[in-house]
Design a protein around this ligand. Structure first.
Ligand SMILES: Cc1cc2nc3c(=O)[nH]c(=O)nc-3n(C[C@H](O)[C@H](O)[C@H](O)COP(=O)(O)O)c2cc1C
Length: 355
């Protein structure tokens, strides 16, 4: 039952969603808007190339919904917001879905980091007035790190979040402001260095842990569904390029459960780089008597850390190429598959409930 009048005539929500959480949150908001007679438009930003200049009317509300990736927005959403045309004083809200868990009866929210602060600043600079900032702890889909949650837990988290979103949407539509995201501002600020580090770790390491096993039937669904065109065919098998944002859509949508996270490969790369390559290089630098110089100041130490990281990235790149090539051999394929935790049934895939 509507109690007050809407402040807006039009609602335009731009959303990106790897596995459906941000899409569902966008749908909930648009449903509330429709109840108030607001014309709504939901725009999926998958594979966007150009951004049409929106028709900014006086009573427009804009929204941007996206998951949180590595304590920040995923690059696709950040690029979209960054390239969004300037407007003349329009209202906007931000909603970032993040990873929620549930322990017994306790809901545990994930962490947003830069996922609200950064887009809010960019949009402010583009002439928007930020009227709502809402984090939303929907079920975590970070399947590289953990198995998907059980259906019962997913449904329970969903029920709670639906109420939160309905309240948020009603508030905005009736002209009130809501800045729930600012409650965690001190923690979010502390997470900024990790968010910046993740930008490289996610792209140059985590995305390179995905591989198609022998269960792959070459249906190409992963390639067609990828929101950033990151999967190509190399040596007749899917190959995850550096465009991959690890959004988990491919992993969750594969009907054959053929996409694995190579936990063994990841562990070996980390072990070899930290216990063999780095110490070997240090020994070499010591041999040539330059280690003392490297270790002298914070600047040279910093340069050394960058070199160390670059070697790790190079090593991952070469390792991934080699494993990808060797996956054609049944023996290697089996070793990689069986040593991936994601192969086992307890490592559930995650699909958001359909609305
Ligand atoms: C690569 C990756 C990184 C993630 N990083 C975070 C994070 O930093 N903080 C968090 O709370 N959740 C994180 N998550 C969980 C997702 O943000 C969360 O599950 C989100 O609701 C997924 O939305 P979607 O289904 O629309 O993609 C991450 C998930 C992935 C796949």
């Amino acid at each position: 039952m509507m109690q007050s009048k809407s402040k807006y005539d039009n609602l335009i929500i731009y959303y990106f969603s790897g596995t459906g959480n941000a899409k569902n949150a966008s749908l909930w908001i648009s449903n509330i808007a429709k109840e108030y007679g607001i014309e709504t438009q939901l725009i999926n930003i998958d594979r966007f190339e150009t951004i049409e200049k929106p028709d900014v009317k006086e009573k427009n509300l804009f929204g941007f919904c996206s998951p949180t990736h590595g304590f920040n927005l995923p690059p696709i959403t950040l690029q979209f917001i960054n390239q969004f045309p300037k407007v003349d004083n329009a209202d906007v809200f931000l909603l970032n879905t993040r990873g929620g868990l549930k322990l017994s009866t306790l809901f545990i929210p994930g962490l947003s980091g830069l996922a609200q602060i950064l887009p809010a600043l960019i949009l402010r600079a583009k002439g928007f007035k930020v009227v709502g900032m809402q984090p939303l702890a929907l079920p975590s889909n970070w399947l590289i790190l953990h198995p998907g949650l059980k259906e019962k837990v997913v449904n329970s988290i969903y029920k709670r979040c639906h109420i939160i979103v309905d309240n948020f949407a009603t508030k905005l539509i009736t002209g009130r402001k809501s800045y729930k995201a600012l409650l965690s501002l001190p923690i979010d600020i502390l997470l900024i260095p990790i968010a910046l580090g993740y930008y490289f770790i996610g792209r140059f390491f985590l995305a390179k842990t995905l591989i198609a096993s022998s269960s792959c039937n070459k249906c190409n669904k992963c390639i067609e569904q990828c929101p950033v065109n990151a999967i190509s065919i190399v040596n007749d098998r899917p190959f995850w390029t550096y465009k991959c944002e690890s959004c988990m859509r491919c992993v969750n949508q594969c009907n054959e459960r053929a996409i694995e996270t190579m936990h063994s490969f990841a562990s070996v790369i980390i072990l070899i780089s930290s216990m063999i390559i780095s110490p070997l290089l240090i020994a070499l630098l010591k041999y040539f008597a330059v280690w003392e110089i490297v270790n002298q100041s914070t600047i040279t130490k910093g340069v050394w850390s960058v070199i160390d990281a670059l070697i790790f990235i190079l090593f991952t790149f070469l390792g991934y190429r080699i494993i990808h090539f060797l996956m054609r051999y049944n023996f290697v394929n089996k070793v990689i598959t069986y040593s991936s935790l994601s192969f086992y049934n307890f490592w559930r895939r995650y699909k958001a409930p359909k609305y």
